[in-house]
Design a protein around this ligand. Structure first.
Ligand SMILES: CC(C)(COP(=O)(O)OP(=O)(O)OC[C@H]1O[C@@H](n2cnc3c(N)ncnc32)[C@H](O)[C@@H]1OP(=O)(O)O)[C@@H](O)C(=O)NCCC(=O)NCCSC(=O)CCCC(=O)O
Ligand SMILES: Cc1cc2nc3c(=O)[nH]c(=O)nc-3n(C[C@H](O)[C@H](O)[C@H](O)COP(=O)(O)OP(=O)(O)OC[C@H]3O[C@@H](n4cnc5c(N)ncnc54)[C@H](O)[C@@H]3O)c2cc1C
Length: 705
């Protein structure tokens, strides 16, 4: 799609490139008196950029986390992109399943070599943590779908870092970071994904040989889903029920070799394969894995948090029982950033396309307007830009919280872990759910062309909608947060101190109703009061049910719908609050116009959610109908104010075309030309007549079938 791809067709295309029919393709590109399709940039987009009134790179720097971070990101992107082999001449979605996988492996190896040889030396390991979005962005220039190596750096390495002893880390990490071995994270089984205490794979210690025997007792205990497991990985983290000295100690992580390092054949006692076509992730060879009394050395159990001694004695090292769940918390934190980035991509595509696309008549006889000039289109799109900002800034804040709690835990203090778990759970749930819904909104905002795979919106959606499920399902994680909130409410009721993110409860338990005022701070406070109201209602329901004879577990279960809504409201208030505070902080020294447009976006987000939750505001605060009317009016004014800067705002996300990979969203706005260019790459256009005509159509049409 990008110019860098030209000339690569022979070396890159896994299917033969149909030179003999090239005249057919070239003919299609010649229209209107033999004029070739325009190569010049779209004029409307150029005008949009001319009317943008703020310094685009200032916002880019804010989103990147400072000018130095922007420079580093651009450097890494240019290293990767200048390699030139990042994209395919034949769109990967037109390949068969095997070719797609093989092509994904080819690109993963190319990309890995670049990361190993050039990126890691430039950035160090921070690129796997606080600055991981740089790698993630760059990877998207190589993969439209998902790399089979995603889980290697995403979960295999982090689990060794988080759950291995220093000796285990020094043995495994150099090999893993050098890609001498490739690993994944196999926790979920056919029968259990959410309820991990119910996992069935066993790891039984045998003191005679000082080995663990890994076994899958039945079909439902087969590992299922792990990315890169089917064909790519030769090692994996297996989460299994640990048995020693006749007793089960619950789930623990083990490093298990599953394939021979030389031949790549599955080892005896290992049954491994790919799980079949999926809604997305089709290049990620998600796999299944079963064991038949398969033996691994004792020291392949990751022993930072608990150990099994040579004689089989079990020793608990960690001060908190849930530290085995640490990798999941880490990935949930990372996911907030991941989906913010993908939403920013979708918003860029849909906003640029909406500036290029003209449709219908506002006033009879006048030229067709750009669709971005319809207020309903602005309503669909501007909240996507604002949400991408809100999630990006919330993710930075969550990362800082995570790092602080991690530092405490290194010193043996796990006091803040429950709050981190509650926060990371609800932020993961809401960010993935909002992003999936808004990416779909972007696709719908692009009409029919948004349905084209070449727009990249369907693939973005299929990827992000999976994030709502994996690493903890939406509902399940919100119920985890609700558990924390109910306890905090009870503490606040009894006058005990509560942790910072729920400090609003101390005021709310008194029972006053909050009087609405339309300022940013007022809307945020109202959002906290809505959360408090919902938590209070849930507590009342649980107590009422218990008074009527229900056990706590039953009362909790029957109140589940309210509890999920309460956790959602709490998380929304936290996002609104963090987004506001971070916007004010980060723009303190910005130029006036940047300050203004960032403030407008922030107010748009706050007003949007106030209007989405009108019923809650009327129920749980003293908001009146007049207040809602003025909020609606302010929201519509904000749409108009943001309109001239909309293209500038998505340009500030600073996605090179190679990363965006979209016919509708490229910087130059050559939407129709790119759609046609991509269409002509379809294998069906490789020949003027398909053989099925002779085989089936002709006999049918001639009555000879
Ligand atoms: C739902 C739960 C949390 C339930 O766990 P449980 O042991 O039954 O716990 P419970 O009785 O409900 O609660 C007991 C207690 O444990 C706490 N807790 C639960 N999780 C954590 C945590 N991570 N950190 C710190 N604390 C945690 C809870 O808050 C409870 O605390 P409490 O008793 O209330 O004080 C758990 O089973 C879970 O996390 N399930 C989700 C499974 C999941 O996320 N799987 C990920 C698989 S890997 C993957 O999807 C990778 C995809 C990546 C890719 O492709 O890119
Ligand atoms: C693309 C993709 C990649 C994945 N990659 C990996 C991987 O690399 N490694 C790995 O180990 N796993 C992986 N997974 C598995 C993933 O983590 C699980 O699918 C996820 O945690 C959800 O668990 P589940 O499938 O058991 O859903 P279920 O728990 O069966 O959920 C089904 C429904 O039941 C509801 N439900 C379940 N429990 C409760 C409850 N307690 N209260 C209320 N409602 C409940 C859920 O809300 C949901 O609506 C992947 C999954 C996908 C889709």
């Amino acid at each position: 799609m990008g110019t860098r791809c030209e000339g690569l067709r022979d070396s890159l295309s896994p299917i033969a490139y149909y030179e003999e029919y090239s005249h057919f393709r070239l003919d299609c590109l010649k229209i209107d008196d033999n004029k070739e399709l325009s190569m010049s940039a779209n004029e409307d987009l150029a005008k949009e950029r001319a009317r943008c009134d703020f310094n685009v790179s200032e916002i880019t720097n804010i989103l990147d986390g400072g000018i130095e971070r922007t420079k580093q990101r651009k450097k890494i992107e240019s290293i990767a992109l200048s390699n030139g082999k990042c994209c395919d001449v034949t769109p990967e979605e037109t390949l068969g399943p095997k070719e797609r996988y093989e092509n994904a492996i080819r690109k993963s190896c190319l990309y890995t070599k670049i990361v190993k040889d050039q990126v890691l030396t430039l950035t160090g390991l921070e690129v796997l943590g606080s600055n991981s979005s740089v790698l993630r962005r760059t990877a998207d220039a190589f993969f439209k779908d998902i790399s089979p190596f995603l889980l290697h750096l995403g979960m295999f390495v982090p689990t060794i870092m988080g759950q291995g002893t220093p000796e285990q880390q020094s043995y495994w990490l150099p090999r893993a970071l050098d890609f001498q071995i490739i690993g994944t994270y196999a926790q979920t089984e056919l029968g259990h994904g959410t309820f991990i205490r119910g996992l069935e794979t066993t790891a039984t210690y045998d003191p005679d040989t000082e080995e663990f025997v890994i076994h899958s007792p039945r079909l439902t205990s087969y590992k299922w889903w792990a990315g890169g497991l089917g064909k790519t990985s030769n090692y994996c983290i297996v989460v299994a029920q640990l048995y020693t000295q006749g007793k089960c100690y619950g789930i623990h992580p083990f490093i298990v070799q599953i394939r021979d390092e030389d031949t790549h054949m599955p080892l005896p006692g290992v049954r491994v394969g790919e799980i079949g076509p999926r809604m997305g992730f089709n290049t990620a060879d998600n796999g299944f894995l079963g064991f038949d009394h398969y033996r691994i050395p004792r020291n392949h159990m990751l022993m930072k948090n608990s150990q099994v001694l040579k004689d089989g004695t079990y020793v608990k090292v960690a001060s908190h029982s849930k530290l085995t769940y640490g990798t999941m918390v880490f990935v949930r934190v990372m996911l907030v950033n991941e989906v913010a980035f993908n939403l920013a991509k979708a918003a860029t595509i849909a906003v640029r396309y909406s500036a290029v696309r003209r449709q219908s008549e506002k006033i009879s006889g006048e030229p067709e307007p750009q669709i971005i000039d319809y207020v309903t289109q602005q309503h669909k799109l501007f909240v996507c830009i604002a949400t991408a900002h809100a999630l990006q800034l919330s993710s930075n804040w969550l990362w800082k919280t995570f790092s602080a709690v991690l530092a405490d835990m290194r010193g043996g203090n796990t006091e803040n872990l429950p709050e981190l778990h509650a926060l990371s759970s609800c932020l993961k749930a809401l960010s993935t759910s909002d992003s999936a819904a808004l990416i779909e909104q972007c696709r719908l905002a692009c009409g029919g062309h948004g349905y084209m795979l070449s727009s990249n919106l369907p693939l973005l959606y299929s990827f992000v909608t999976a994030t709502r499920t994996y690493e903890g399902d939406y509902t399940v994680l919100l119920l985890q947060t609700a558990r924390f909130l109910i306890k905090a409410w009870e503490q606040a009721e009894s006058g005990n101190p509560v942790t910072p993110t729920v400090s609003y409860m101390e005021e709310a338990v008194v029972g006053n109703k909050y009087k609405w005022n339309g300022s940013a701070e007022g809307i945020i406070k109202a959002a906290y009061y809505v959360a408090a109201g919902k938590i209070s209602s849930s507590v009342t329901s649980i107590r009422k049910r218990m008074k009527n004879g229900k056990a706590f577990e039953d009362a909790w279960e029957l109140t589940g719908v309210q509890l999920v809504a309460a956790a959602e409201a709490h998380c929304r208030a936290v996002i609104c609050d963090v987004y506001r505070k971070e916007t004010v902080r980060l723009t303190a020294n910005s130029s006036p116009n940047v300050k203004t447009v960032m403030d407008q976006l922030n107010m748009l987000y706050l007003s949007h959610w106030a209007l989405e939750r009108t019923g809650d505001l009327l129920r749980y605060t003293s908001t009146t109908e007049d207040d809602i009317i003025s909020c609606q009016q302010r929201y519509e004014e904000l749409l108009a104010a943001i309109r001239p800067n909309a293209v500038g705002l998505v340009d500030a996300f600073d996605f090179p075309d190679e990363i965006l990979q979209s016919t509708l969203g490229a910087y130059d706005g050559r939407v129709y030309e790119r759609l046609m260019e991509e269409a002509l790459k379809s294998p069906l256009n490789a020949e003027p007549v398909n053989r099925s005509f002779h085989q089936y159509l002709k006999p049918l049409m001639q009555g000879k079938l």
